[in-house]
Design a protein around this ligand. Structure first.
Ligand code: GLC
Ligand code: MN
Length: 235
């Protein structure tokens, strides 16, 4: 299973686009169409721990709803718990926006007990999970996913040459930070996203997010359900 988390209407919108981006590479062999903390409100991300309770699945991949799948990632299910990519802010930690895990009531209980007994160093899930799976950095290199499976947007600014060199290997883009794809504007006349300044988001990936939103998601939303920038653009 692929699992995500939507804690409000805004993230639900992200989740719907994320689900479409995931289904595209799973369903089609059409790579052409696939060419695309200081956060007080993140306490609710502990909700993420619930994903361990999905015990009808033996193996699962958790993905944040602000991720976008660019290429087939089924091979992730061959990895073991807990596999994740390094966080560029502190590469001895994994980023908890994409990880492979084994649903288990026992692990869920142990995670909850752990959460009660200590303080997550970032006040959210990433700190807690890194404290729980605390040998990730050193124990087993096969549990280190390539960065291309969770390519966080900020890295494009700090290491542009690598981004350009590895661009075609990127399988998952992750729009971390307070500004999400649905906060940017979309010009329905030109069909182009108009990115907000300084967010670090890669416009090519943003465009892909919006292409999916416009062609596959917008029409299926009940009228007035979610207001994104499209509204101001008349779409
Ligand atoms: C990072 C992770 C995200 C997590 C947050 C809080 O931004 O990518 O998944 O919820 O940290 O720990
Ligand atoms: Mn995220």
């Amino acid at each position: 299973a692929f699992v995500t988390l939507a804690t409000n209407d805004s993230y639900a919108l992200g989740a719907i686009v994320w689900a479409n981006s995931l289904r595209n590479p799973l369903d089609s062999s059409d790579p052409a169409n696939l060419a695309l903390l200081g956060r007080p409100n993140l306490g609710c991300t502990f909700t993420k721990l619930h994903c361990w309770r999905l015990i009808r699945y033996t193996k699962a991949v958790f993905m944040d709803s602000d991720t976008l799948v660019m290429a087939n990632i089924d091979d992730l299910l061959e990895r073991e718990e807990l596999s994740a990519a390094p966080d560029p802010g502190w590469p001895d930690c994994f980023n908890s926006g994409v990880f492979v895990y084994r649903p288990s009531e026992d692990t869920y209980r142990r995670l909850l007990d752990f959460a009660r007994s200590c303080t997550s160093f970032d006040g959210a899930d990433q700190g807690l999970l890194n404290m729980f799976f605390n040998d990730w950095a050193t124990k087993d290199i096969t549990k280190h996913l390539p960065f291309t499976y969770n390519c966080v947007s900020q890295a494009f600014y700090s290491y542009l040459p690598a981004f350009r060199h590895f661009r075609r290997d990127i399988k998952v883009a992750h729009f971390i930070g307070e500004v999400k794809p649905w906060h940017h504007s979309y010009n329905s006349a030109t069909g182009q996203v108009e990115p907000r300044e300084g967010t670090g988001h890669q416009s090519e990936f943003l465009q892909h997010w919006w292409d999916i939103y416009v062609t596959q998601v917008h029409a299926m939303l009940p009228a007035g359900a979610v207001s994104v920038q499209l509204v101001t653009c008349g779409l």
